[in-house]
Design a protein around this ligand. Sequence first.
Ligand code: GUN
Length: 292
Amino acid sequence: MSAIIMDGKALGLKIRESVKLQAAGLKEKGIVPCLAVVLVGEDPASLSYVKSKEKALTEAGMESRDIRLPESTSEEKLLSIIEELNKDNKVHGILVQSPVPKHIDEEKVIAAVTPTKDVDCFHPVSVGNMILERQGFLPCTPHGVLKLLREYKIQIAGAHVVIVGRSNIVGKPLANLLIRKEYNATVTLCHTGTKDLKSHTLQADILISAVGRPNLIKPDMVKEGAVVIDVGINRVTDTSTSKGYKVCGDVDPAVAEKCGFFTPVPGGVGPMTIAMLLQNVIEAALKRRVYE
Ligand code: GUN
């Protein structure tokens, strides 16, 4: 059986077209949706993510307020910049690319972004609102995964979803969204403390890996016909490419021979994250998602 590829690039572009129309509508009312994108340091992967986000914003007719700060930036300086952005009425959303350099306390940075502009949904108040199903932004990657599942008409209600990875950005929020009544999935959340990972993943109707380990999920860990969502974005050395590396997911490509549906890396979940980020900036400009 040959699996169906879930094309996040195509769906992401479709969402970005809709975002573009919404941005044009806002512009007619004199509002230019604007996201401040803050990057501290020169981590190459972070720089590449940030550039993709900024390009997508511009292409959608939105403003990208690009803020690049040196690695040596103090915590105090970064917090004062965030405070300025919080007060700036022209800025609707604020994104501080993670991770920040080690000498800066990331928790403080996350807590400094006002929840009304927290388009990443990282602030404890945003996370609380999401879990309690109150008004507020939805986290971009988990929301993108749900959109992809819906687009391919995957049966989520009653399905056993096994998530591998308990990160604050993906695993934890995704588990919380999937147990909402509107999705009605039964969720197992696996992590580094899980004994016999394979015994769990084999039970998954929908298997989602978000750990950042290349080829962690092997064909013998996947049920025949399962839906496999690969959230991993890993850079592995490959001297045959001009960049000296290639990007791969957490899932061994051989899994495609066994599963029913899968997301490619690149071109699966990654483009969905950006599309949902843009949608959140629109929501912020409309003040639709804001819980005050
Ligand atoms: N680092 C990796 N993913 C993300 C993300 O979605 N948002 C931010 N701000 N940083 C990240």
